[in-house]
Design a protein around this ligand. Structure first.
Ligand code: FES
Length: 364
C-alpha cells in the first residue's frame, strides 16, 4: 500500500493529514494481504488525536485499510479501550471485580463518584478526569487497585487516597505511581498502545515482581512444598515430545475380533436400523411431494408454513375456517381459579387482550 493509492473522503481527510505517515508505518508491520490486522493499533492511533474513536476516526481506519466502516465499527465497539465518547486527560479506572470488591473497591469507586459528581464512563466538566469501574486489572495481589491511563497508580487503595489522587491530577501534578511507569496523558498512552516508543524519561518501567505477587512462592518455600522434578533452569520445550512407539506396541492389542454370535446380533441390529432409516426417508419424501402439490398425506396439515401464513393473512373462499370450539372466548374453564380469572377479565370486544384499555386509560 502506498500513499498515492489512498484517496481520502472529506470525513477522513483531516486525520489522514496528521496520521497517515504513522498509519502506513503500522500497516507495514503486517504481512501483505493481512493489512486489516493493523486495525487495533490504528484505532489507538486515532485516539492519540481525538481521545476517542469518532466517526472521522472510523472513516480514516476504513479507508486506509480498504475495508468498510461497519467492519471498523464492529471492532471499535467491542473493546472497552476504544472510547466512543470524548474522554478526559486522565482515565481513572477503579477495579470493582471480585477480589478488589471484597477488599473495598466498590467503596473507592463510590467515593470518587460522589467526589467528582460523575458516574461510569463520564467525564468531569473541566475535561480532566474520566471515571470508570473496571473488571480485573490483573493486580489482584494488590487489591483494591486504581489505574490512571492503564498504569498502576495506587495499590491497596482507600477512598481517601483515590480522592487525593484525582485532586492532584486535576492540578496536573501527575503524582509518582506506586510502581511502574510515570503517569502520562491518555493521548500519550494511546501512542504507546499504537506501538510507538515513548521517549519521555521514565515513560516505560519494569522491575522485579513485588512481595505480594511472590507470596505463594515464599509460603511454599517456608513450608518445604515443591513440585516433584521441577527444575527452574529447564528450558521450555517449544515442540511436542516425540511419541513413544515402543510403549504403544506393548499396550495396543491390535484390532478386536468379534465373536461369531456377537457378529450375528450386530448384523441384525444394523439391518433393522437401515430399514428404519429407509422408511423415514420415504415418509419425508412423500410429505415433501404432497406439500408441493398442496395435498395431505392424511397425517395432518402438511402445507408449507409460508403458504399457510400467507393464506391466513389473505383468506379467500378456499381458506379453512378456524375451529370455533378451540377459540370460543365465552367457554368457561373447568379450573375454578382460571374461571375466576376469566370472569374478572372480560374480553375488550375490540380483539385486543383484556387489560389493554386499562393501560390506555392510565396513560390519559
Ligand atoms: S480483582 Fe481487582 S485487580 Fe483483579
Amino acid at each position: 500500500m502506498s500513499e498515492t493509492t489512498v484517496d481520502f473522503s472529506p470525513a477522513a481527510a483531516p486525520l489522514a493529514e496528521k496520521l497517515l505517515e504513522q498509519a502506513l508505518e503500522i500497516i507495514g508491520r503486517y504481512p501483505v494481504g493481512r493489512e486489516r490486522s493493523a486495525l487495533l493499533p490504528l484505532l489507538h492511533l486515532v485516539q492519540t488525536e481525538e481521545g476517542h474513536v469518532s466517526p472521522r476516526g472510523v472513516a480514516f481506519c476504513a479507508e486506509v485499510l480498504g475495508i468498510n466502516k461497519a467492519q471498523v465499527g464492529a471492532v471499535a465497539t467491542f473493546y472497552t479501550m476504544y472510547k466512543r465518547r470524548p474522554t478526559g486527560e486522565y482515565l481513572v479506572s477503579v477495579c470493582t471485580n471480585t477480589l478488589c470488591n471484597v477488599m473495598g473497591g466498590q467503596e473507592v469507586y463510590d467515593g470518587l463518584v460522589e467526589h467528582l459528581g460523575v458516574g461510569h464512563d463520564e467525564t468531569t466538566a473541566d475535561g480532566k478526569i474520566t471515571l470508570e469501574h473496571a473488571e480485573c486489572l490483573a493486580a489482584c495481589d494488590y487489591a483494591p487497585v486504581v489505574t490512571v491511563n492503564y498504569d498502576f497508580a495506587i495499590d491497596n487503595t482507600t477512598p481517601q487516597a483515590a480522592v487525593d489522587l484525582v485532586e492532584q491530577l486535576r492540578k496536573d501534578e501527575r503524582p509518582a505511581p506506586i510502581r511502574g511507569a510515570r503517569i502520562c496523558s491518555l493521548k500519550e498512552m494511546q501512542h504507546q498502545l499504537a506501538g510507538f516508543g515513548d521517549e519521555r524519561d521514565g515513560a516505560v518501567a519494569d522491575g522485579p515482581a513485588g512481595a505480594p505477587t511472590l507470596r505463594g512462592v515464599s509460603l511454599a518455600r517456608e513450608h518445604g512444598i515443591a513440585v516433584a522434578n521441577f527444575n527452574i533452569d529447564a528450558p521450555i520445550t517449544t515442540t511436542k515430545p516425540a511419541r513413544d512407539e515402543s510403549a504403544k506396541a506393548v499396550k495396543d492389542p491390535g484390532p478386536v475380533r468379534e465373536k461369531p454370535a456377537q457378529t450375528g446380533k450386530l448384523a441384525a441390529a444394523g439391518r433393522k436400523a437401515a430399514g428404519a432409516v429407509k422408511a423415514a426417508v420415504g415418509a419425508v419424501t412423500d410429505k415433501v411431494e404432497h406439500r408441493a402439490a398442496g395435498t395431505s398425506t392424511g397425517g395432518g396439515d402438511v402445507k408449507d408454513p409460508q403458504v399457510r401464513t400467507a393464506q391466513q393473512r389473505n383468506p379467500d373462499a378456499s381458506t379453512p375456517t378456524p375451529d370455533a370450539t378451540k377459540t370460543d372466548a365465552t367457554a368457561v374453564p373447568s379450573n375454578p381459579a382460571e374461571a375466576a380469572g376469566v370472569a374478572d377479565n372480560p374480553p375488550a370486544g375490540d380483539g385486543k387482550p383484556a387489560g389493554d384499555s386499562v393501560g390506555n386509560e392510565e396513560k390519559k
